[in-house]
Design a protein around this ligand. Structure first.
Ligand code: DGL
Length: 276
């Protein structure tokens, strides 16, 4: 049975990531758009995406988007920076619902707020190598100097829960050393996990560097997108479940991580076979 336009606004938003990292985006959506329902998929069986090829990321993202569409979502948020870099523009023409990634919102605010035009970007090898942040920042600020640095060790350190551990501080100091000499005034935390390292990064870079969290900006962008398409949930149909979580592996571990960072308790993450 097809949904009426009026009912469409009560449909959930689909959010996906390579695993737990996208929960930083889910968290911002919960905080900033508390009326919205959400179906989250974390590809915990195939994480990390950051070291995989563009073709593989497109294939994975296509499968996940089909899964989310099967759940009747009204819009899709690509919460993963690597998938936003490689798959978003490729898959957009295949969709009849709005889709938003994390790169554009983060790049735009960095370009608009930098004072000296020197912007650092940290992310996975895939995201930094794609140069997507550089290209997108320059659409807003053509003379910006953008310095990228892949920080692959941050993801396992965050997943281990070592957010402020001396080892993490040491690793961060090494990664960030080049930025300290280059005089950036803005740093984009261009990977889902990095906002969880904010205070460690702040401790190394000091108060003068503005840390941009694309998760925060993406939630703002989603709000604007839903409003543009008249899809904002007005809080009706409260009987429908608000949040559903699906993963491709290690559901219990995912649930525990989710409950350590989300503003609400999740009861379960359901395991699904995304390849089927
Ligand atoms: N979610 C990924 C990203 O934001 C980080 C983890 C991974 O490499 O899959 O790019």
């Amino acid at each position: 049975m097809s949904q009426s336009c009026e009912d469409r606004k009560y449909a959930p938003v689909g959010v996906f990531d390579s695993g737990v990292g996208g929960l930083t985006v889910a968290r911002e959506i919960m905080r900033q758009l508390p009326m919205e329902r959400m179906v989250y998929f974390g590809d915990t069986a195939r994480v990390p995406y950051g070291s995989k090829s563009r073709e593989t990321i497109i294939r994975y993202s296509r499968q996940i988007i089909h899964f989310l569409q099967g759940k009747g979502v009204k819009a899709i948020v690509v919460a993963c920076n690597t998938a936003s870099a490689f798959a978003l523009e490729e898959l957009r023409p295949e969709l009849d619902i709005p889709i938003i990634g994390v790169v554009k919102p983060g790049a735009k605010v960095a370009a608009e707020t930098t004072k000296n035009g020197r912007i650092g970007v940290i992310g996975t090898e895939g995201t930094v190598g794609s140069q997507i942040y550089t290209k997108t920042i320059r659409e807003h600020k053509p003379d910006a100097e953008v310095i990228g640095k892949a920080c692959p060790l941050f993801v396992p350190l965050v997943e281990e829960g070592w957010l402020k551990d001396p080892i993490t501080v040491e690793v961060a100091q090494r990664y960030l050393a080049s930025f300290q000499a280059s005089g950036i005034d803005t740093l984009i935390m261009g990977c889902t996990h990095y906002p969880l390292l904010r205070s460690t990064l702040r401790g190394i870079l000091g108060e003068d560097v503005n840390l941009v969290n694309p998760a925060y900006e993406t939630a703002q962008g989603l709000k604007a997108l839903l409003s543009e398409y008249c899809l904002e949930n007005d809080g009706g149909k409260r009987e429908l479940s608000q949040y559903q979580f699906y993963v491709s592996d290690a559901a219990e571990k995912f649930k525990n991580f989710a409950n350590s960072i989300l503003p609400c308790e999740i009861e379960e993450a359901q395991l699904i076979h995304i390849e089927e």
